[in-house]
Every structure is written in structure tokens, then in C-alpha cells.
Ligand binder design. Structure first.
Ligand code: COA
Length: 227
């Protein structure tokens, strides 16, 4: 956890909340259900793994203060102990951070110009010294498993624009969905923080994405095992 961030604050670094799906309150929607939502998850995917129909409609841009009501609504849907408005405001105020919003057109709304768009996911990342800390990633419940989180992460890497950049995050050991996502993105577990989450005393897995982890080793990761 970077200096200056209180234990219990922070997205993936959060204490005090378990993802809904990790608590058995959400099950991955069957593939057929995804199709009936109008966006088929087919083999034709973009490099980020995003469904091509969704890719055509999706916009990933900088997250802004006026987005926060929609952000909070998603936050409350996907996490039982969500971040407060103040926590998002603090993150958005940081000059060195990268905060992203994924939006899609509102169904049935007139296309162009000034079409109504719905926020479907967001990512909050702060830089501390030379390391990028992913603080929060979430995708709305009806848009999960379509490649959106991967697309947000691709945009983050592109904006950082440095192949040698190092990224880190904390995730609940029980959050297997997020752990799969991060592993697929080249993150590797490098240690745990014992009883990191205050609500249930769960450990956090500390994960890093670095040039070494992407090549299958932890050699450029600091404090391996003793995070
Ligand atoms: C974790 C989360 C952000 C993933 O978002 P997403 O847009 O559904 O993820 P993607 O569709 O980009 O999935 C990418 C990979 O993640 C993993 N993944 C995503 N959903 C999964 C699921 N339900 N079961 C297993 N693996 C899953 C898979 O490896 C997947 O790749 P694949 O589809 O090729 O197998 C989303 O589930 C979410 O918002 N969860 C609640 C909030 C949360 O836990 N945030 C992380 C805090 S650290």
C-alpha cells in the first residue's frame, strides 16, 4: 500500500469490502444470457479481448467529476462496501493519476450528435514514485465478462506509454474473477498482506505487472514474499 493511503481506503487496495461475486451473490451469466443482451461474446475479438460489436460502440476516455454519480451507482452495485464520493474525488484530484471511464450509447437514444451515453466501467490508477498503483476497477453487472476491464487496462498501459512501467495492486484472495483477469494481463502474485481487509480479516494478494512478470519471473519485483 503506498504511503499516504489509509488502510481501508483504496480500490483493489480497499479494506472492508468483498466483491459481490466473491460472496456468492452473483454468478457469471451464461453465454446465452450475454447474447440476449444484444452483445454476443463471440470468437471475433479485438486484441484486448473485447467483443467486436461492443468495441464499435465503446468509448474509453478520461473519467471526470460529472461521471461520479454513475460511478457511485456501479460501485454500489458491485461492492457491498463501496468507496465514498470523497474517495473518488480525492483520486480524481491527483495530478499524476490516470482515471478512465468506459461508456456506450444509451439503448434507443438518438445517435450523434451529443448522443446520450451510459458509463459501464471505470478504472482508477495512481502513480507513487515510479510505480503505478491500480486502486479500483469495476464493470457494471450487466456488462461483465465482455472484455471491458481488459480494455480499460489496455488503455491504461497505452496512456502510461512505457513498456518498462511497473504496476501493482491488492486484491482479496477470494476474488478469483479479478485474480484471473490480472493474471491474464501479465500480473503475478508476489506476496500477501495478512488480514488486510478489515471487514472479515481477509488477506490481500499483492500482484505486480512488470517486464519480468510478463516474461514469467519476479526478478524486478521489490520485496517478493514480504509485501
Ligand atoms: C473483476 C471485473 C472488473 C472484471 O471485469 P470484466 O469486464 O468482466 O473482465 P473481462 O471481461 O475483461 O475479463 C477478462 C478476464 O478476467 C477473467 N474473468 C472475468 N470474469 C470472470 C468470471 N466471471 N469468472 C472467471 N474469470 C473471469 C477471465 O480471465 C477473463 O478472460 P476470459 O473472458 O478470456 O476468460 C468485474 O468482474 C467486476 O467489476 N467485479 C466487481 C469489482 C471487482 O472485483 N473489482 C476488482 C477489485 S481488485
Amino acid at each position: 500500500m503506498p504511503a499516504g493511503i489509509a488502510r481501508g481506503a483504496g480500490g483493489c487496495a480497499r479494506g472492508g469490502r468483498a466483491p459481490v461475486h466473491a460472496r456468492g451473490r452473483r454468478r457469471a451469466r451464461p453465454r446465452a444470457a450475454r447474447r440476449s443482451a444484444g452483445i454476443a461474446r463471440v470468437s471475433e475479438t479485438s486484441p484486448a479481448g473485447l467483443d467486436s460489436a461492443l468495441e464499435a460502440q465503446l468509448e474509453v476516455r478520461t473519467l471526470q467529476y460529472p461521471d461520479l454519480p454513475e460511478v457511485l451507482a456501479i460501485e454500489r452495485r458491485v461492492f457491498p462496501t463501496p468507496w465514498s464520493l470523497a474517495m473518488f474525488v480525492l483520486e480524481l484530484s491527483k495530478q499524476t493519476g490516470i482515471c478512465l471511464a468506459a461508456t456506450e450509447p444509451v439503448e434507443g437514444a438518438p445517435r450523434e450528435p451529443g448522443e446520450a451515453r451510459r458509463l459501464v466501467g471505470y478504472l482508477i490508477c495512481s502513480r507513487y514514485d515510479t510505480v503505478w498503483h491500480i486502486m479500483n476497477v469495476a464493470v457494471d453487472t450487466d456488462r461483465q465478462r465482455m472484455g471491458l476491464a481488459s480494455r480499460l487496462l489496455q488503455e491504461l498501459y497505452a496512456r502510461v506509454g512505457d513498456d518498462g512501467a511497473r504496476y501493482t495492486l491488492e486484491v482479496r484472495c477470494s476474488n478469483t474473477v479479478a485474480i484471473h483477469l490480472y493474471e491474464r494481463e501479465g500480473f503475478r502474485a508476489a506476496g500477501t498482506r495478512r488480514r488486510y481487509y478489515q471487514d472479515n480479516g481477509e488477506d490481500a494478494l499483492v500482484m505486480w505487472r512488470t517486464p519480468a512478470t510478463r516474461a514469467g519471473s519476479l526478478e524486478d519485483v521489490p520485496n517478493v514474499g514480504g509485501q
